[in-house]
Write a protein that binds this ligand. Structure first.
Ligand code: CA
Length: 200
């Protein structure tokens, strides 16, 4: 039906955009088990589509099956993905790159995700969604306390993660309401204060 519509309205960018952002007959993509009985139509809200610059997502995950799955799904949604499987490397890449969002696993080789986040927050306010098999309240609280923007527990529904990614990249793209007095800068929304560029 959509391809018919496209022919009927040639070169209509709006229709083209809708077609490109539709995922018809797409299987439910709860990880790890895919429910083959459930077909769903997933319509992107269009924010990450079109001719604009792709949003950059850093995927930090040491289970290749999951990171590959995430990469495929996110690239399908037109995100530019970088995948890292090691904690220390993730921190270096996150500090070096200009990512719009980081999906961060907790149990990682060399440096766990909580520590990666703690060190990252000393320099960057990149939105972070923690993604982990752990579901203990203490892990969620720790992650959120040190500056995670959101938290998802495996197994997760990819549609929910995508919705959260859209939410946080959109929020991050909005101009921040900064208050500045001399060298003191306060971002009330992010609850972050810096003096001379250093967190206080
Ligand atoms: Ca892991």
């Amino acid at each position: 039906r959509l391809s018919t519509l496209s022919k009927a309205v040639p070169l209509c960018s709006a229709v083209d955009s809708v077609i490109r952002s539709c995922r018809y007959a797409r299987r439910s993509t709860a990880y790890p088990a895919r429910d083959t009985a459930t077909l769903c139509v997933y319509i992107n809200n269009g924010e990450n589509m079109g001719t604009g610059t792709k949003k950059k997502i850093l995927i930090v995950e040491d289970e290749t099956q999951i990171s590959r799955f995430l990469q495929l799904e996110l690239e399908h949604e037109n995100y530019d993905c970088t995948v890292v499987a090691d904690g220390r490397e993730a921190l270096a890449v996150a500090l070096d790159g200009d990512f719009d969002l980081i999906v961060l696993d907790v149990m990682l080789p060399s440096l766990n995700g909580i520590e990666v986040l703690r060190r990252l927050r000393q320099e960057r306010q990149t939105p972070v969604i923690i993604l982990t098999a752990r579901d203990q309240v203490v892990d969620k609280v720790t992650g959120l306390d040190i500056g995670a923007d959101d938290y998802m527990t495996k197994p997760f529904a990819i549609e929910e993660l995508l919705a959260r990614i859209r939410l946080h990249t959109k929020r991050a793209a909005a101009p921040a309401a900064f208050l500045a007095v001399g060298k003191l800068a306060i971002n009330p929304e992010a609850r972050v204060a810096t003096y001379d560029g250093h967190p206080v």
